[in-house]
Design a protein around this ligand. Structure first.
Ligand code: KG4
Ligand code: ZN
Length: 337
């Protein structure tokens, strides 16, 4: 085996996915994800249940990632983990495991910012040129990020209330769909008419977003329609999903196009769980053709939460010697580096 290789063990546990990955010299050798089903019946992530499930999953998931990679656990150069932002109990499980592993193996510890990792997921299989503009859309965040270098990022604007993924999930819940509703809305929208129902677009300043308005307008709309016809949802669910998805994507793309134009950047990507949405993937490709952009879209498994993106971020931090000491603690909220 090549003893000069940089082997990173990466851990992600910020929300409801327990994931571990092994990255060698910036390439993914394994990426194991255990999705927690326990939240489905509650219509959202229950933090205490998430922490407990991480406790149960962490050892088997890490073990599987190490075995899949075919690596000896003594050959790691460093261990990287999601330090923030996320659910504090969930983050603590990953942080404690990573600290223990670092200490036991006498290797450095690398603390990773989850949102920075979503952006760097692009560099797992591609090499976007800098400056690179990334629309990061997840269950907790919606941000337009200017990426000057691997670890030199600036949030140009973000949502002032709900995240885009949250809007998808909340509308899905109103329609009686289980959590997480985003992928189901996407699926039903494929068979619906996106122009059938009109929902208002929020008008925010600069590169800010707001998604609480569309959520409320869908709620009132459904109340009114159900009064007229109690079977309204059943009969029209595809068109409602298509129309809501269409409106959310229009809002997301308008600000992204505005930022790309103002900064004259042609290398544009989408990242985070909502970038798995087929409508958004299509919309950015179309915008790319119209505006002459080079468009970057991560593979599905690197859109939603995964440890491979923590590992690639860990790799770039390793190259810079950006290590954390054992006193580092997990943090629910994070200031952007
Ligand atoms: O990045 P992620 O896995 O976790 C967070 O960091 O939040 O994103 C999860 C979010 C959820 O809101 C989920 O409904 C949404 O991404 N999502 C989707 C799709 N796949 C996942 N939303 C719309 N369409 C999809 N295909
Ligand atoms: Zn995420």
């Amino acid at each position: 085996m090549n003893t000069q290789a940089i082997n990173i063990l990466a851990i992600e546990s910020s929300c409801d996915e327990t994931s571990a990955a092994v990255i060698r010299d910036g390439r993914v050798l394994s990426n194991t994800v255990a999705t927690q089903q326990v939240h489905e019946r509650y219509g959202g992530v229950v933090p205490e249940l998430a922490s407990r499930a991480h406790m149960q999953n962490i050892i088997p998931v890490v073990d599987a990632a190490i075995k899949d990679a075919g690596i000896d656990k003594h050959h790691f150069s460093a261990v990287a983990f999601t330090q923030s932002p996320g659910l504090i109990g969930s983050l603590l499980v990953g942080a404690c495991f990573a600290k223990g592993f670092a200490q036991a193996m006498h290797i450095p510890l690398i603390a990773v910012h989850h949102m920075q990792a979503h952006v760097l997921a692009h560099f797992i299989e591609q090499q976007p040129e800098f400056p690179f503009l990334c629309l990061t859309v997840s269950g907790g965040h919606t941000q337009i990020v200017l990426c000057r270098d691997y670890l030199d990022m600036e949030v140009l604007g973000e949502t002032i209330d709900d995240a885009a993924g949250e809007a998808f999930d909340k509308v899905a819940k109103m329609l009686g769909l289980p959590y997480p509703g985003g992928p189901l809305v996407d699926k039903l929208a494929a068979q619906g008419d996106p122009l059938r129902f009109k929902f208002p677009m929020s008008e925010m300043k600069d590169y800010e977003y707001s998604f609480s308005g569309i959520k409320t307008s869908v709620l009132y709309f459904l109340h009114a329609q159900k009064k007229i016809d109690p079977a309204f949802v059943e009969k029209n669910i595809n068109d409602v999903c298509a129309s809501v998805q269409h409106t959310i994507i229009k809002m997301l793309m308008a600000k992204l196009e505005k930022a790309a134009k103002a900064l004259d950047i042609k290398h544009i990507g989408i990242a985070g769980g909502v970038s798995a949405n087929s409508g958004l993937r299509r919309a950015i490709k179309e915008a790319g053709e119209k505006n002459g952009w080079q468009v970057y879209i991560p593979r599905f498994e690197y859109c939603t939460d995964n440890a491979a993106m923590i590992g690639i971020t860990g790799y770039y931090k390793f190259l810079k010697g950006a290590f954390a000491d054992l006193s580092v603690s997990a943090s629910a909220r994070a200031t952007w580096e």
